[in-house]
Write a protein that binds this ligand. Sequence first.
Ligand SMILES: Nc1ncnc2c1ncn2[C@@H]1O[C@H](COP(=O)(O)OP(=O)(O)OP(=O)(O)O)[C@@H](O)[C@H]1O
Ligand SMILES: [Mg+2]
Length: 236
Amino acid sequence: MLKVENLNVHYGVIHAIEDVSIEVNDGEIVTLIGANGAGKTTILHTITGLKKATSGSVTWDDTNLLAEEPSKIITHGVAHVPEGRHVFVDMTVRENLEMGAYMYGRKDKDKVIERMDHVFERFPRLKERQNQLAGTFSGGEQQMLAVGRALMSDPKIILMDEPSMGLSPLLVQEIFDIIKEVNKQGITVLLVEQNAKMALKVANRAYVLETGKIKLSGDAKELLNNDDVRKAYLGA
Ligand SMILES: Nc1ncnc2c1ncn2[C@@H]1O[C@H](COP(=O)(O)OP(=O)(O)OP(=O)(O)O)[C@@H](O)[C@H]1O
Ligand SMILES: [Mg+2]
């Protein structure tokens, strides 16, 4: 279980995250929705150690993630699909995937091969194009690669930062199908999205973040029908 408690994060004098508490139970899809600048990425960066918290706690099972080195967090089964994909454009698809399993490294080559086979099975296109430079991929293909790279670490939880951003409607549907599928295979998902409608449809529970504070939380289907949510996030 991932537990964020009374988290506060600052950028200089900007109080970006104010007393945020979030729980993600094993096996759930939980979505964190909010407008531009609400603080969604900051929360994910704090969980993965890329940004330091001012106060509060982040625990994953029995591990205090705030005390871990960012590079160690993945070894606890926590994978991150960053905003804007951030694939390594000068590396091939295969090399990008290998980077996702770097912690197995030379010690456990069989594990890397096993994970690669698993990812190629789900994303045949990545297999076909494994020697192509990632920088020549389309936005949608890069997003698939970023998800594939996260799966290489054999994670227990995946943190996804706006995976649908900039994708065509068909690919948006595909990425949400992938999220559901990944979850069915037993991976817990914390999904950050501006596409509130799709995110609420796929999630079990949701948190609504407004200027650094949690404004609402609850069952995702209930929030989908909540008048305030509909007005602010669903254009209804
Ligand atoms: N490196 C930084 N330095 C100063 N302020 C920052 C920095 N990164 C983020 N912020 C501020 O913190 C707040 C939250 O930003 P954050 O990127 O977490 O929002 P977000 O919800 O992910 O937005 P978006 O949907 O646009 O990605 C914003 O006011 C932003 O301007
Ligand atoms: Mg963001």
